[in-house]
Every structure is written in structure tokens, then in C-alpha cells.
Design a protein around this ligand. Sequence first.
Ligand code: SAH
Ligand code: SF4
Length: 402
Amino acid sequence: MQTAPALSMPIPGHIDPVPVPRALVPRSDGRIDLLGLSKADLRMALETSQLDPKQAKLRAKQLWHWIYNRGVTDFALMTDISKAMQPWLEQRFTISRPQVVEAQVSTDGTRKWLLRTDDGNDYEMVFIPDADRGTLCVSSQVGCTLNCRFCHTGTMRLVRNLTPGEIVGQVMLARDALGEWPSQPEGRMLTNIVMMGMGEPLYNFDNVRDGLKIVMDGDGIGLSRRRITLSTSGVVPLMARAGEEISVNLAVSLHAVTNEIRDEIVPINRKYKLEQVLQACADYPGANNARRITFEYVMLKDKNDSDADARELVRLLKKYDLPAKVNLIPFNPWPGAPYECSTPERIKSFSNIVFDAGISAPVRTPRGRDIDAACGQLKTASEKRSRAELDRLAEEKQAALG
Ligand code: SAH
Ligand code: SF4
């Protein structure tokens, strides 16, 4: 058996994410989960189980189609795989889905799912239906190591990176719920994905990249990279890599126009300054007028919402010559939040100033507030575990695997 590489990368936050075992490490029942393996790893999993390379190649292709194009989780339903082979696969492999703890529907049609990982960590995903599209808001981590002051997820203590399987699993589960198998090029309900659920996707770079590559693969789900948006709070060193290796649309959580205010509300700014973030945006591969960068700006009363702030925002976007659109997000409250939302008049005035400068600046309608599904409201009961406890759990797991 392979030894599992650590999943996480060092994070300049207050807690390191918990490493979890990766691909080809069997689950507690001894079977290997095929969901989330790359095409190459899927083939390798079959070869490791003694299929000859030619067979493995053929079977991997068939399995990929059944898993990601047809949404099938039961080997017995794979009709082009022989009846003799099906139990062989069943004994060695599984095709998982995240466990659903709770599913809620908002009065506005927004849906939220509380999901649980195999090791008992809770995270959430949200589906937002609109007249002409349906957007799935996907989580990249359980919790977030960063602690933006206006964000409920930032107050969560337990942080672990989600695996590629858990990231793709969210998309699979949503399509199960929407009845969207097999994958069709037209007429989909789930048309867009935003990496705007829990977590900072660029602090889980490899898994987010590997998960999204599966989502974009044309032999499977086949969702275009133009319909996927990755949102970052400004992890400058990884922004170029995101453009090169994932090449999805970029959204940046700007939220302030001075380092002083941004240091306070988006603390990662103490490490990567506003100017560095804007320069990384200017350098983002593939950004142009047809593919603009979205700047998210949460409207906080008397904090970042003045006319002068709006004018400074315009100045900065022009100075860096950014193909930009600005998303104004009314602050979504949560219990104990230290801010209030700006008044509708203030938001309108801010929006007008940006708009008059020729930059689109729509005000986002909050969705699913009644079920705490709106931006920044996601938080689960996963609690902090001590480093000693984590080490003990890792040892137990290792021992169980022999
Ligand atoms: N961690 C990533 C993506 C997840 S958050 C990021 O920060 O970009 C998605 C968006 O919701 C971000 O722009 C985030 O700043 C914003 N947000 C967080 N809390 C919010 C709140 N309470 N009200 C409105 N927007 C919020
Ligand atoms: Fe993390 Fe994004 Fe929330 Fe900031 S806004 S704490 S980066 S999830």
C-alpha cells in the first residue's frame, strides 16, 4: 500500500488544517473509494488490484463514464461490465457520496445541505436556483483558517481540507438531488459552480484543482471552466497558479480600499497587502474584458461604504487596469456579528458611483437568509480538537489499516 502524502499545506492562520489520507488509501471496510480519483489514479487502482494494464485501461474508461456521466454508484447497474466482473469490483471498490445530515429549502427556493465526512466533520453546500441558471456553492474546507471579521465560517475552530472526492461529491450529490443524470450539454439545472462555500480554496489548492478537473472533464460531468468561479480572500502566491492550472473565473474578496480597513476586516491582508492583491489580479492569466475578475465587496455600515470609498475603489481598479466587475454584497448578519449592513440608500449610492465610472456594480440579492444559507452564514458544529487528540486519531487510523 502507498503511504499517504499529507493533504495540507502550511497555513498562516491560527490553526493548521488537519491532514487526511489521500487517494488509494482504503476506507475502514478495506475498499477504495473511486470518487475523486483522477483518471490516472483510477487506472492505477485497478492495476494495483491485479488487472492487466490493457484491461485496467478499458475498465477505467467504462467506470469513469458510469460514475461521472451517468451518476451510477452501484457496479451491478454497469451493463457493459460483465456479470462476473461486477462482484469483483464491488469487493474492492466503492463509489461514495457525502453523507447528508440535513437538507433545508428556503422560501426563495435556495437549498442547503449539511454534509458529514467519513471522519465525522460537518460542512455545507448551497444550491441557488435562478430563472436562467442554477448555481452550486461548494465548500473547500471544513471551517476556515482565516477569520474575516464579518464571516461566520471564520469563527469555526475545526479546520480540515476537503479531499477531491469530497469536493466532487458535493456536485454529484446536488445532481442526484436535481435528477440530472446522465450529463447533458443542454437544459441543465445546475449550470454554474462557485467555490464560495466554507473555506479558502487556495489554501487547499491541490485538492480543489484535482476536484475541479474532474468536474470539468468532458467525458463526465463536463461543466465548462467558464461556468466555474473560484473566490479567494487574496492568497497572492497561489493566484497565478490558479489561473494556469485550473483556469476558472476568478473572484476576489476585496471588501476595503485601504490597507488599514482591510487589515481589520480581512486579516490575511496583514500578510498580502491590497496592492499585491490587485497586482496579482492584473497578472491573472486569462483575465480580459470578456472574462472579467469579480471583486466582492461586503457592505458594512460606516466601515467601508462611503462615497469616498466607492471613488477610491474606482481609482484602484483603473490604476491597475483591471477588467473588473464589482459585486456588492449586503452584509448578512449572524448571531454576535460585530457589524451591521449598510442602508439600502448607501448601497445604491456606492453602486451608482462605481457604475457611472463604467464598471458594472450590481447589488447581490441575499438568497436563503431564512435558512442561514447566504454568503458568510455557513457554520457547522464541528469543534476544535486538540493537536494531541488529532495525533491519537491519526495513529489509530494507521493502526487499523495495518
Ligand atoms: N473564502 C473565500 C470564499 C468563501 S466566502 C473568500 O473569502 O473569498 C464567499 C464570499 O462571501 C466572500 O466574498 C466573503 O467575503 C463573503 N462573505 C463572508 N461573510 C459574509 C457576510 N456575513 N455577509 C456577506 N458576505 C459575506
Ligand atoms: Fe474564510 Fe472566506 Fe470567511 Fe474569510 S470570508 S473567513 S476567507 S470563508
